[in-house]
Ligand binder design. Structure first.
Ligand code: APR
Length: 229
């Protein structure tokens, strides 16, 4: 069965990484316009690097939870059948055993040169004066997708949705497009749809079924059903 899975910050919540819109979430503590937009980066690159350096340290100190491990098991057990798309920029899916993860909002542990487009593994901390290892320009940034920028790999994602038989959204509020519209794409081709979340998302009504509970409980239970134990 061809399954497309979309995950959001909620799957990493129990690993200690903040979500964005829950009470006390990142956007309650930081102004997204200042730390997650190209304009904010142009205005104060040091503040943006500090924000992502702190998130990189937090992610480096976290461990995958049972939900990441369960999805790693599913991806490994069904090679070629499961497409795992994440809005998250942490590496917990990979550390939980999933290969081929599609990071549509980029990756915290990768760096990008805004001048020549080179990408490399990010150092623990990045600073405005860092030089690109390829072209030397002092135009390095985290390889993450900011508001107003185009998410990565949309062609691969929409291609997978067009062939999906099941679409599962896990731990995402359904408040940011295009990801929030994936469920409609899946329904349009007759796929069944399932939402696994702590609370109903903004698009919960579009799903055939919604199972509520912490990801560390509902995701392993669902994977066990799919794998038959
Ligand atoms: N288990 C499962 N779901 C959880 C848990 C948990 N333990 N804790 C929180 N959640 C759910 C919330 O119910 C909510 O639906 O996680 C979701 C968090 O929503 P957001 O904070 O909006 O995160 P997300 O949907 O990933 O945001 C999408 O917005 O700011 C941008 O680029 C950022 O990728 C992010 C995008």
């Amino acid at each position: 069965m061809r399954i497309v899975i979309l995950t959001g910050a909620g799957i990493s919540a129990e690993s200690g990484l903040g979500t964005f819109r829950d009470v006390g979430g990142l956007w309650a503590r930081y102004d997204m316009a200042e730390v997650a937009t190209p304009e904010g980066f142009a205005r104060d690159p040091g503040k943006v690097h500090d924000f992502y350096n702190a998130r990189r340290a937090n992610a480096a100190g976290s461990v995958p939870n049972a939900a990441h491990l369960a999805l790693g098991r599913l991806v490994s057990a069904r090679p070629g059948e499961v497409v795992l798309v994440t809005q998250n920029i942490d590496d917990l899916h990979e550390r939980g055993g999933a290969a081929g993860v599609i990071h549509m909002h980029g990756e915290l542990f990768r760096a990008l040169c805004a001048a020549c487009g080179a990408r490399w593994d990010a150092p623990a901390a990045m600073h405005p004066g860092d030089a690109c290892p390829v072209c030397g320009a002092r135009a390095t940034r985290p390889d993450v997708v900011w508001f107003g920028e185009i998410p990565y790999h949309l062609d691969r994602i929409f291609d997978a949705l067009a062939k999906a038989e099941l679409f599962v959204a896990i731990g995402t509020s359904g408040s940011v497009y295009p990801a929030a519209g994936f469920v409609a794409e899946a329904r349009a081709v007759g796929a069944r749809t399932l939402e696994l979340n702590l609370a109903p998302s903004d698009v919960a009504g579009a799903f055939d079924a919604v199972r509520l509970g912490p990801a560390s409980e509902v995701v392993p239970a669902w994977v066990a059903e799919v794998l038959g134990g």
